[in-house]
Design a protein around this ligand. Structure first.
Ligand code: FUB
Length: 512
């Protein structure tokens, strides 16, 4: 269940994405994206909370955990499971895990979150910590680190400046900041009110003011701040204008302002979500803007989904407007099917769930008849694949996995019956022959057939075996006169076959 991301990032070819990439996660509802490219890491991470609203049960935000996703290509996202459950914070109230952001300092990852307390609807800001970006995270302070007493203490954004000073901004209908001490869990109380400075929400700084829910001026700050820096410019992006929200931004030459209002980054869009929440990140030479929508199946204002667009800056540092699109971003590279790929690395998926965490292991579960999964931009090369190996666990067995090229109606690559392994946690690696092997770059579509309502199997990872050049042309019977000897594909007998494809007894065999 370790992560072995395989992507031929150097060998990108002229292959245009055929499919919509937004939302970036479709098997669960993910909100309030906070992207980060940690120095020295190949992957881009996005931290978020999970919307778990069930109509008629919790007709509001119901959020029990924060999740982490990572990518190397911007189109296939690895779900790292429940990296920080609400229960990691003994003081946090059920269902109130709202927006968050993670940064790294030294060797430690600090994930700033907000939640209410039992019997109290106000939110408080706390922080989890972990030695790994994908967690699991534990409460670093065992109590909130911000409690102004006045409510609105939501949506922490954190930024470590070039001089090492870390800043925390947050607030709904108010905007506050604090300087963090080097330990990242205490406020520097030398400034503000016990370390908290409230930023005046003036028209110059934020485009307008809101009093009694009435906006005076062209815009106003609402919530969801995002503090960042490009060159010498500091940026504060935020959800603005009241509900429904758009995204606006202000700039400054200092992380503590004064801020100057610069306009809207993303105007109000028809995405089915009345909130929006943004983050920006520079990754592999591109700038990306993350936001949320109601675009996943069954989605809406309380069941939101993260999306991403490429963003661009003008020469003076101002941000060009970003539009919400279904198409999303272009892939940065292809996926290598001949390296082990986690089943939970997905371009899209419907019906399944991803469970676990990086300590226990993360895998795909809840696979039922009618569910499907897809990975995008997989490069099978010129020779194609010979077999597909899966690591699976199945209590009952009998479920059928159909692997297709490109989409749900594409050419069948394999039809695989997953027999019982002895239990849903009894894992086995199994290798299957293919019906057809694709060559070149394709999406790969997995669909599941079986008894209705039954969980067919759990799935950890998959890997294709690359076809050896020329194997299709071998006349196996002629090339293998003796039934007990291993012959190379050129018909040369070999006493000690190493890993690869051979001929024996007139048949192709794989030596592992
Ligand atoms: O996700 C709950 C709340 O909705 C967030 O904290 C706000 O930013 C808004 O997106």
């Amino acid at each position: 269940m370790k992560r072995f991301l395989g992507a031929a990032c150097g060998a990108w070819m002229m292959f245009q994405p055929a499919l919509a990439q937004n939302p970036i996660v479709s098997h669960c509802y993910t909100a309030d994206p906070a992207p980060v490219a940690f120095e020295g890491e190949d992957s881009l991470y996005v931290y978020c909370d999970e919307d778990m609203n069930v109509a008629g049960v919790h007709d509001f935000y119901y959020m029990e955990r924060w999740r982490v996703y990572s990518t190397v290509d911007m189109v296939n996202w690895t779900d790292h499971g429940v990296a920080m459950p609400r229960t990691a914070f003994s003081w946090a109230r059920e269902g109130t895990c709202w927006a968050s952001q993670c940064v790294k300092r030294g060797d430690t990852y600090y994930w700033y979150m907000c939640a209410s307390k039992p019997g109290d609807w106000r939110h408080y800001i706390g922080v989890g910590k972990s030695s790994k970006p994908s967690g699991p995270f534990k409460d670093a302070r065992k109590q909130p680190i911000v409690d102004t007493g006045g409510g609105g203490d939501i949506d922490p954004t954190v930024f470590v400046d070039d001089d090492g000073q870390a800043y925390l901004y947050w607030g709904n209908n108010k905007l506050c900041y604090a300087k963090l001490k080097a330990n990242m869990i205490l406020l520097n109380t030398a400034i503000g009110n016990k370390g908290v400075v409230e930023v005046p929400l003036t028209a110059d700084a934020f485009g307008g003011v809101k009093v009694n829910d009435q906006v005076t001026g062209q815009d106003c700050y609402e919530e969801g701040p995002w503090l960042d820096k490009r060159g010498d410019h500091y940026y504060l992006m935020y959800a603005a204008g009241g509900v429904p929200e758009h995204i606006s931004y202000s700039m400054s030459d200092s992380p503590t302002g004064p801020w100057t209002y610069k306009g809207q980054v993303m105007t109000q869009q028809n995405t089915g979500s009345f909130t929006n929440h943004s983050g920006m990140v520079h990754y592999k030479g591109h700038d990306y803007f993350f936001y949320h929508t109601g675009w996943a199946r069954g989605g809406g204002g309380f069941n939101r989904s993260m999306a991403a667009e490429e963003m661009f800056f003008n020469a003076d540092g101002t941000i060009r407007p970003v539009h919400a699109t279904r198409q999303g971003v272009k892939p940065l590279c292809t996926m290598n099917p001949y390296e082990r790929q986690q089943a939970e690395t997905l371009n899209a998926a419907y019906g399944i769930s991803v469970v676990g965490n990086e300590t226990k292991g993360v895998y795909v579960t809840g696979i039922q008849a009618g569910d499907s999964m897809r990975v995008a931009h997989v490069d099978f090369g010129t020779t194609g694949a010979s077999t597909l190996t899966l690591r699976v666990a199945a209590e009952k067995g009998g479920g059928l996995l159909v692997v297709r090229q490109d989409n749900a109606r594409g050419k069948i690559i394999a039809r695989i019956r997953i027999e019982a392994t002895g239990g849903n946690e009894v894992w086995e690696e199994r290798t299957f022959d293919l019906t057809n092997s694709p060559t070149g770059v394709h999406d790969v579509h997995f669909s599941f057939i079986g008894q209705a309502e039954e969980t067919l199997f759990n799935w950890d990872w998959w890997q294709f075996e690359q076809q050896t050049t020329g194997i299709r042309d071998v006349n196996a019977a002629a090339a293998s006169p003796s039934p007990d000897v291993f012959y190379t594909l050129q018909g040369v007998p070999t006493a000690s076959p190493t890993r690869g494809v051979y001929i024996r007894g007139g048949k192709k065999v794989m030596v592992r």
